[in-house]
Write a protein that binds this ligand. Structure first.
Ligand SMILES: Cc1cc2nc3c(=O)[nH]c(=O)nc-3n(C[C@H](O)[C@H](O)[C@H](O)COP(=O)(O)OP(=O)(O)OC[C@H]3O[C@@H](n4cnc5c(N)ncnc54)[C@H](O)[C@@H]3O)c2cc1C
Length: 120
């Protein structure tokens, strides 16, 4: 296992540094990574919430921000009314809270340098 793969599998603590409302159902959460990583368009992270009793819930979210040197990534999360994790983000999570996250994950990639109309 390469170091990059091992690092992506490790959980890290992230602070919510900003919350922005996109639409009534979608909020963007900006998370400061304690262990910054490189990623490409299309990759996602796993987020893990742990209740005081030890119960955990894990969900995947695409990284909505463009790759850069920033230590902050954006997750755009839609609120599902009967969901478990997305309502927590919309109704409970605040700036300053920390959550656990691992990634980047996912093998989707773009051929570098190909024009966007290559297949038309
Ligand atoms: C690779 C990947 C990337 C993703 N990226 C994003 C993203 O960028 N943004 C985003 O918003 N989401 C994304 N998702 C979806 C996300 O992971 C969650 O599935 C989503 O947020 C819902 O989680 P939840 O805990 O709120 O809902 P859940 O609790 O998982 O429930 C989901 C739905 O199923 C219903 N449900 C739950 N339990 C039952 C049951 N027993 N019987 C019948 N119905 C039930 C709920 O009512 C709800 O409508 C992504 C998923 C994957 C796999």
């Amino acid at each position: 296992m390469t170091e990059a793969i091992a690092a992506a599998a490790r959980w890290q603590s992230c602070a919510i540094v900003e919350v922005a409302t996109g639409t009534p159902a979608i909020k963007s959460f900006f998370l400061r990574l304690s262990e910054p990583f490189d990623y490409t368009a299309g990759q996602h992270v796993d987020v893990r919430l742990t209740a005081p009793c030890g119960y955990t819930a894990m969900r995947s979210y695409s990284i909505a921000s463009a790759p850069s040197d920033s230590k902050v990534i954006e997750l755009a999360i839609e609120r599902l009314p009967d969901g478990e994790v997305s309502p927590f983000f919309h109704d409970v999570a605040q700036v300053g809270d920390t959550i656990e996250l691992r990634g980047p994950l996912g093998g989707h990639f773009l051929w570098p340098g190909l024009p966007t109309n290559q297949c038309s």
